[in-house]
Design a protein around this ligand. Structure first.
Ligand code: HEC
Length: 151
């Protein structure tokens, strides 16, 4: 092989490596930025009106087992204070939404509409003293996944 042919083939091998290298730098810079934009339940992720609707649905669908003041009874755990906070502290709103939707009410799981489950989750947040905000909590697991509990 002539010197210039060797040179060309080295270049051909190098160019993609350089391009990939540039991408690696871009990706490294984008990811931490996305993480710092992460939201939590302290950012006002439901509205007062929604929590009010959720309270009515909760009293109808959930209070029979978890009690009207959410303090729990027998096998049905409390949905407030330490029991609630330690259960969800490492989770996100998608975990809570999906578990409530797929397993509750225990005697007829997944029997309510997605919107009603979202309203009930808003009421659970309100009952645990997380602040209300401007926008309602959407029944969209992909969006809810980005909302953590830990500040
Ligand atoms: C028939 C009784 C009953 C009803 C009605 C009921 N629950 Fe439950 N719930 C339970 C029991 C028992 C458990 C504990 C066992 C389990 O997690 O399945 C529980 C657990 C839970 C948990 C904790 C799950 C976990 O993984 O930590 C949440 C949150 C919850 N219920 C929310 C609700 C909501 C919201 C409603 C109304 C839509 C509701 N429950 C209705 C009996 C009930």
């Amino acid at each position: 092989m002539s010197w210039s042919a060797t040179c060309r083939s080295t270049l051909r091998a190098l160019v993609p490596a350089l391009v990939l290298g540039t991408w690696a730098i871009v990706v490294q810079e984008v990811v931490p930025a996305a993480q710092s934009a992460r939201r939590t339940v302290w950012d006002g992720v439901y509205t007062e009106a929604q929590a009010k609707k959720g309270m009515a649905a909760y009293q109808e669908q959930c209070s029979f087992c978890h009690l009207a003041d959410l303090s729990g009874e027998g096998f049905a755990p409390a949905l407030i204070e330490d029991t609630f906070k330690s259960r969800w502290q490492d989770g996100n709103l998608a975990d809570l939404f999906i578990i409530v939707k797929q397993t509750m009410p225990q005697d007829k799981p997944a029997s309510l509409g997605d919107q009603e489950y979202a309203d009930i989750v808003a009421f659970l947040l309100k009952s645990n003293k997380y602040p209300a905000g401007e926008k309602p909590l959407e029944p969209d697991p992909l969006a809810l996944k980005g909302v953590g509990f830990r500040q």
